[in-house]
Design a protein around this ligand. Sequence first.
Ligand code: FPP
Ligand code: MG
Ligand code: MG
Length: 329
Amino acid sequence: PQPESIMDLNAIRQLADTDMQAVNQLIYKQLESDVALINQLGFYIINGGGKRLRPLLSVLAARAVDYQGEAHLKLAAIIEFIHTASLLHDDVVDESTLRRGRETANALFGNSASVLVGDFLYTRSFQMMTELDSMRVLRVLADTTNVLAEGEVLQLMNCNDPDTTEESYMRVIYCKTAKLFEAATLLAAVLAGASPEQETALGDYGKYLGTAFQLTDDLLDYTADSDELGKNIGDDLAEGKPTLPLIYAIAHGTEEEKQLIRQAIEQGDGTHAIEKIVAALHHCGALNYTQQKAIEESNKAIAALSVLPDSDFKTALISLAKISVDRNH
Ligand code: FPP
Ligand code: MG
Ligand code: MG
């Protein structure tokens, strides 16, 4: 416990600033294409106010094990490309119109352009991977992107199913979110030539942090302010997506609450009853439960770092784990 050693997001970004500027340069260079629409849409999404959280994790993780080379910069760009490709596809699949406070690429450019430029970013990330010349990195990222796709398909199968279990939900969020966080931090350790113990520590950190992050995301879909979040509130409900707050309420709510929520999931038309549903989620403790679960995962992420030597970078990683579950957007 080092209560004094907590950084805010600005301090964390400051610490990683030189590296992150280099990552951004790499990202913009790799975005270039002779095809005009790729540049246009690619720039729109890459420059669209994303938090660059995953590349930041790669940078901090590499520095936390005292890496002095530059390979982690390329890794960070690769991870951001995969993430961005997955968001392009995600907003098409989810029929979302708002992200990061702006129109989604699919709303602005159409579904076809979004899917195809997503494919461009995704395949470009594999071109960049070959430049790292590491079969281990290639294998981890091939597995990671495959699991990402599996997670989305599993989630699709759970859609409109009010009997989705907490276990199945946890598997979905591991696959669709935590796995890429895990790759971002694990591979930073791999490229840095860290010990197996440090690799495990950083991989576990990413996995738990990613889980905490998605739990918080799913909580914010019911508790946040649309303007602050930059996304439409109740999107998950409109999709009939059984996230943890709903799963908990079906297990622990009153008969009336259970019925209300089961029906909303089955019909995917709960948004007209959103206020009633949010009240039910509050009343039965579902929102509190989800937040506690996120904090638990965040604490596991922090605990995983105990084997690393103390440094500002380690403090930054610890702080990020706290910030991830204590945000309103
Ligand atoms: C956001 O989740 C989406 C993801 C975490 C992953 C999306 C992955 C795919 C569509 C498949 C893989 C694609 C490639 C190119 C590898 P969300 O919809 O719950 O959150 P949101 O509120 O941010 O939309
Ligand atoms: Mg979505
Ligand atoms: Mg989605």
